[in-house]
Design a protein around this ligand. Structure first.
Ligand code: ZN
Ligand code: ZN
Length: 260
């Protein structure tokens, strides 16, 4: 992973925000947020000699970059985030540290600020995972940090035999790891009759992958259908598919940063 990853997400979000209708507001906010996350990633790169990989030791170095995320939420976020950003601006360094450390040890998809800020840091730390083969009945958590999958992605790979070219992306450290194709990423159900898929012509490269055993779902981005798609952004842009899933009684494994 690299700075290029964050720059590509931002460029794709700008492109989609330009022609979105119903999701325009979400995408305009996401552009702003991705720019801030790109800055945090850059900050990690430029501070690399001072970063140990242990969050508690790295916080004094990282803390100044947290304001970037607060600013993005304050300028372009929904009302509830604007208010939280204003409260956090007045928080003490200790309070910010507590927020970040508790998220890091126990991630939650409703902790917007900690998640948004620590994604680039986590990705900066995480190694690229190329040869991970999950044992049957496991592997639905990130092999690097234990985070939940934010989304899944299908792509052409030279060595994709085991996973059928499907990867999961970690919501906490934005690492991709191979995961078998027709298996629930929440409970490992593999009975085809228990796994449903849903897509619409408006998003032919994105589909809901839902499981009737645990009633959870995530969205899959199919890179083989649309190579210009960017995982995080196309997942957010296909927000109408989340509404379908919720209406049908499914719960998302991990909410994305725009809260869907
Ligand atoms: Zn992870
Ligand atoms: Zn399941």
């Amino acid at each position: 992973m690299s700075l290029d990853f964050w720059e590509r997400q931002t460029a794709r979000a700008m492109e989609l925000a330009g022609d979105a209708d119903g999701t325009k507001e979400l995408l305009v906010f996401y552009v702003r947020l991705l720019r801030a996350q790109t800055e945090v990633y850059q900050f990690c790169l430029s501070s690399r000699w001072q970063l140990s990989g242990e969050l508690s030791a790295d916080l004094p170095v990282l803390r100044p970059a947290f304001a970037t995320i607060l600013r993005a939420a304050e300028v372009a976020g929904p009302e509830r985030l604007v208010e939280q950003a204003r409260t956090l601006k007045n928080a003490t360094p200790d309070e910010i540290d507590q927020l970040l450390l508790s998220y890091w040890s126990e991630p939650s998809d409703v902790e917007f600020f900690a998640k948004a800020f620590l994604q680039p840091y986590g990705q900066y730390l995480a190694p690229e995972i190329t040869d991970f083969v999950p044992a049957a009945g496991s592997g639905w958590r990130c092999p690097f940090c234990g985070g939940k999958p934010q989304l899944s992605i299908l792509q052409y790979k030279k060595t994709g035999g085991e996973s059928g070219n499907r990867d999961l992306m970690c919501a906490k450290c934005v690492t991709f790891w191979p995961f078998r194709r027709a298996v629930c990423a929440n409970c490992s159900e593999e009975e085809p009759a228990k796994l449903s898929r849903y897509q619409t012509p408006a998003f032919s490269h994105v589909r809901v992958e839902a499981c009737d055993t645990c009633k959870h779902y995530l969205k899959n981005i199919d890179w083989t259908r649309l190579p210009r798609a960017e995982a995080m952004v196309d997942e957010v842009a296909a927000a109408p598919l989340d509404l379908w899933a919720i209406e049908h009684g499914y719960t998302k494994i991990e909410l994305n940063l725009v809260g869907l």
